[in-house]
Design a protein around this ligand. Structure first.
Ligand code: ATP
Ligand code: MG
Length: 379
């Protein structure tokens, strides 16, 4: 396929922080960008050449994307996969609507993970009310204590209920009233992720493995390199590659894993796009994950994923802002020469809302972590 070169117009569905960072990367490389996003004040709107301010499924806006963009991508999985398949009849689209459809449905996602021969937590797929009525107490008990997750539209731990007993599970299932998976709660030693960039079977790179710490189901800190044995990190990367191959994936694919006490790896979930746990690449790798998204979209070779320095990324949620909306003490970060602040331009700081992040680069991951924690505490 011919490479798409600057100053071609690229399109992205979704204008949040991931869309914003894609837009900055593409603009820096000389492309122009059209963003489809209903929020007039969306983070990506600051940088896009064209902002189609319309719902993601808006037929006229999708037509404009198809007619004016040399290629179209997405910043999130909850876009209409059908709309992406339609777009693909008229312009280059990556990732494919088929891959997005898999990533947006936990049931399909787990089936594909199994198809690639990779391990998931024990789970039960409960797609319909009939499935729920038919499921035996014994079958439920195998996945208890567990987490009930809606099959669709969950993010940052939303749409999840922790359940201990069969009775709990039945109550929660009827409360949710939508397709769900019940997943056995595993005892996690660590969580890690790997981000693959794939343009074809022979052109694939994978970023260094990130160790991820969550608070209240939301990513808090990523530590790179992950503090796991090199052989285990290699296994994580190999599994992520295998899944990308199985999906015949084109684009950037994030793969989240659990590490159990005995160093067994379990695949948690995938995201068909750059990922919060890959924001460290913005300051610590030769190529960052958004540049990779541009490259894969445009049919260029993936760039080098070499890690230039140990790094820790800290998420900045709205919680860090004052009750009255007052800004954190940014001078603390400004005065640290090895820290880089990145804000997404969101107007309102709400609890749990991802407002920005900062990266700290140091000689070791431990040193970066220690400094990053101290900086966050003094913001
Ligand atoms: P995001 O989109 O932010 O990654 P999500 O809402 O899609 O999150 P998951 O990744 O499924 O949700 O779960 C969020 C977090 O909850 C995980 O990172 C992990 O810390 C915890 N968790 C999820 N499933 C399990 C499990 N089976 N056992 C133990 N902990 C789990
Ligand atoms: Mg997750």
């Amino acid at each position: 396929m011919a490479a798409i070169l600057p100053p071609a117009m690229l399109g992205i569905i979704g204008g949040g922080q991931l869309g914003r960072m894609f837009t900055v990367a593409a603009k820096t490389m000389g492309y122009r960008v059209t963003v489809l996003e209903p929020d007039p004040a969306a983070p990506a709107a600051d940088f896009a050449d064209v902002h189609l301010c319309a719902p993601y499924g808006d037929a006229a806006a999708l037509k404009t994307l198809a007619e004016t963009c040399a290629a179209v991508t997405t910043e999130f999985e909850n876009v209409d996969a059908g709309a992406m398949r339609e777009l693909a009849k008229q312009t280059r689209v990556s990732p494919s609507g088929d891959c997005v459809a898999i990533a947006q449905d936990r049931i399909a996602e787990k089936a594909w993970i199994a198809k690639a021969g990779l391990p998931t937590a024990p789970y039960l797929a409960l797609e319909t009310a009939a499935d729920l009525a038919a499921v035996s107490d014994d079958a439920l008990a195998v996945c208890l204590p567990g987490i009930l997750k809606t099959a669709r539209l969950g993010y940052d731990g939303k749409g999840q209920i922790r359940v201990k007993t069969v009775a709990d599970a039945r109550t929660a299932l009827s409360e949710l009233g939508v397709a769900c998976v019940l997943e056995k709660m595993l005892e996690l030693k660590l969580e890690v992720s790997a981000i693959v960039t794939r343009t074809s079977a022979s052109q694939m790179t994978v970023f260094p493995v990130a160790e991820n710490r969550h608070v209240n189901g939301i990513l808090d800190v990523s530590i790179v390199p992950a503090r796991i044995a090199p052989a285990l990190a290699a296994q994580v990367q190999a599994m992520a590659r295998r899944l990308a191959d199985e999906l015949d994936y084109v684009g950037v694919l994030a793969v989240e894993f659990f590490v159990l006490a005995d160093d067994t790896l379990v695949l948690n979930e995938i995201a068909p796009r750059p990922h919060n746990s890959g924001h460290y690449t913005l300051t610590a790798c030769v190529t960052d994950q958004f540049q990779q998204q541009v490259r894969a979209l445009c049919g260029l070779l993936p760039g080098s994923t070499e890690l230039l320095t140990p790094v820790v990324m800290v998420n900045l949620l709205g919680d860090v802002w004052g009750e009255d909306g007052s800004e954190p003490r940014w001078s603390v970060l400004a005065e640290a020469p090895n820290a880089q602040l990145h804000l997404y331009g969101k107007q309102e700081a709400r609890r749990g809302r991802k407002m920005g992040h900062f990266n700290v680069m140091a000689d070791t991951a431990e040193a970066a972590l220690e400094q990053a924690e101290a900086l966050k505490d003094t913001l």
